[in-house]
Design a protein around this ligand. Structure first.
Ligand SMILES: *Cc1c(COP(=O)(O)O)cnc(C)c1O
Length: 343
């Protein structure tokens, strides 16, 4: 988190503790919505919708509220897998189509008779970025959680591009935000009219009608929204999404180039175009114990460069989110060299 965002939060004691039905909070939600629309140059008819629960909740919400009969999933890591599992577990949907790819590669959903297609823009678990473009007829639901605010996107290629604010937006968790197309809005109304039981907290229509009033169904974390507001303003001042994406790409490229320049390291993702600009995964040679290396870094104040736990690789995974200074990434590679030379 940028220190300036934390100072901004501390300075807004006038709003912390206010009911979310009161104008100051609704105005705050409205500012976040309009800055997101500006950052993403939102196409006509698209709306910024939000609610409590985070991106994980959206998988269940979409299963209840947006998939009509059948979904099709691209699974290439832990996050895209969870959405596929939610759809598969649903008693009122047909078995989903699932295309699964080995870790470190991309899987896009199979085009067939599904009415909804789902995949992740960026698999945070493996450091793989996927294309975002329309695959067929139906709704395109794209998990943008670690990509949003760190890489460019044509929102018109999606019907629900959803994300949590704790990654590139350097805020806290607990909220989901989404760009919803007219088709997604229409679909949710149709599903509700069909008479399906939809719990309120998982009802997209309830989230939409609250969002249109700059509110959420139930009380949101105001601190989360203030941090998000500060980050959005910073991103727009920096020059918008292109500028932020360039900054993230610069950070991750430092790491990929570092890995390629050393015999003991290599980018985990083989195909250069699949390498994430926001999450760099670097494999280490078996002669270097990554767990030990990470513990030495930790003892020296360099935290959280661990691989995704269930991937089980001898690997480093480094967040190159918008707030991370590329100079710090450069310094990290110097630290890595220093430690590795002394192992
Ligand atoms: C972090 C992450 C999530 C989970 O977000 P929560 O806010 O914890 O629900 C989902 N998808 C992706 C791609 C993520 O990176």
């Amino acid at each position: 988190m940028r220190p300036a965002a934390l100072s901004y939060l501390a300075s807004r004691s006038d709003i912390l503790g206010t009911s979310h039905r009161k104008p100051p909070v609704r105005e705050l939600i409205g500012r976040v919505q309009s800055m997101l629309a500006e950052l993403y140059d939102l196409p006509d008819g698209y709306e910024v919708v939000l609610g409590n629960g985070g991106a994980s909740l959206v998988w269940d919400m979409a299963t209840f509220s947006l998939v009509e009969e059948k979904s099709s999933h691209g699974v290439f890591g832990e996050f895209s897998r969870k959405f596929a599992a939610a759809a598969k577990g649903s008693p009122f949907l047909a078995d989903p189509d699932i295309v699964e790819a080995p870790a470190g590669t991309v899987a896009l959903p199979k085009v067939g008779d599904a009415d909804t297609y789902a995949w992740a823009h960026n698999e945070t678990s493996t450091g793989v970025i996927a294309k975002v473009e329309r695959l067929g007829e139906g709704l395109m639901l794209v998990d943008g959680t670690s990509a949003a605010g760190g890489t460019t996107l044509d929102v018109g290629e999606t019907d629900l591009y959803y994300f949590s604010p704790q990654k590139n937006f350097s805020s806290d968790g607990g909220v989901w935000l989404a760009f919803a197309s007219p088709a997604a809005i229409e679909r949710a109304a149709k599903v509700e009219e069909s008479g399906r039981y939809v719990p309120q907290i998982l009802n997209f229509n309830a989230a939409l009608s609250n969002s249109r009033k700059q509110q959420t169904l139930n009380t949101p974390s105001i601190a989360t929204m203030l941090l998000m507001e500060s980050q959005l303003r910073w991103m727009l001042d920096l020059g918008g999404l292109e500028a932020v994406a360039k900054r993230c790409r610069r950070s991750s490229n430092i790491l990929y180039r570092w890995a390629e320049a050393h015999t003991f390291a290599a980018p985990f993702v083989q195909k250069a175009e699949d390498r994430s600009p926001v999450i760099a995964t670097i494999d280490l040679d078996a002669s270097i114990d990554a767990t030990y290396l990470i513990s030495v870094l930790r003892d020296n104040g360099i935290l959280d460069v661990d691989p995704y736990r269930s991937l089980g690789r001898n690997q480093l995974r480094i967040g190159c989110y918008a707030s991370v200074d590329p100079e710090d990434i450069e310094a990290l590679t110097d630290c890595l060299n220093y430690v590795v030379e002394r192992l």
